[in-house]
Ligand binder design. Sequence first.
Ligand code: ZN
Ligand code: ZN
Length: 307
Amino acid sequence: MSVYHFPAPLEREHLLSCLMRYAISQGRKEYVKVAKQVSTNVSKVDCNSYWRTIYRDALIQYLPKYHSQIAFDNTLLKVYSSFTQCDFSTLLTQQLDQPHKLQLKYANLEQVHHGWKWCPECVIEDEETYGVAYWHCDHQFALKKRCNQHGTLLISECQHCNYSFNSILQGAPPLSSCPKCGESFEHQNREDSGEDLWVEDYANRILQDDFEFNKPEVQAYFKAQYGFNELKRQWTLAERKHITYQQDLFGKWLDTLDLSNHLVPLSNNKPYSQVSAFNVSSYTFKNHNLAPMIHLLFKRYWLERLC
Ligand SMILES: [Zn+2]
Ligand SMILES: [Zn+2]
């Protein structure tokens, strides 16, 4: 469905933030109804997706000649395309045609923030520059914890009442105080660990399209360690030993890292090495589309072993 005066994206704005601005501008009370004129898929408008039907519905509000640029600049589809090694324009054509839900396996593991994220300094600047606050696209990438422009930690919920923006239709990012409890947002800060800096650096490289995805090389490394090249139905005892040994080495290494800001805590404080996402033989022999953090950790391990 096409509507009049659908707003053009502002600098680095998330595509769904345009829908939010459109809906809110038509009157606060009616905003869900208004959003439904653009898309009937407004019930799940969280920040944790690369693409959904609602993305297509928002994108087709613009002239076709802008589709590719807007999808590239104002959604995280490029992140998905770099981790699935699917050419961006092919992927976009597929998504416009059949906008099924794109999924990366174990993505929940890296969703340490549950709501849409914002930078308090960007909110002030955007209000000054454009007269409105809006949701930035890059800030929504699960691996991003800081704003590039200001270096500030991104916020995703109220420290007092835990209010968060699970749906973008809840409105623009707040200027200074929580829309629910009214308490002001304090600037959070923390001393970044080596792991924090490492993840942030990779998050930026991925967003800038400057990321080399070398899963086959990582897989080849493990195959060489195992001494065999393919997945079998049944392993010999010796082969099983190789697999267990490599798993133990990787698991021990993984558990030395401080990933508390990047992976959701496990129940009973279980170590991350016990999560199936970090099963070395699955990583080596299967080609699932996995969440970025899983790949980054395997890649880091591989790079450290090569040195
Ligand atoms: Zn900022
Ligand atoms: Zn609050």
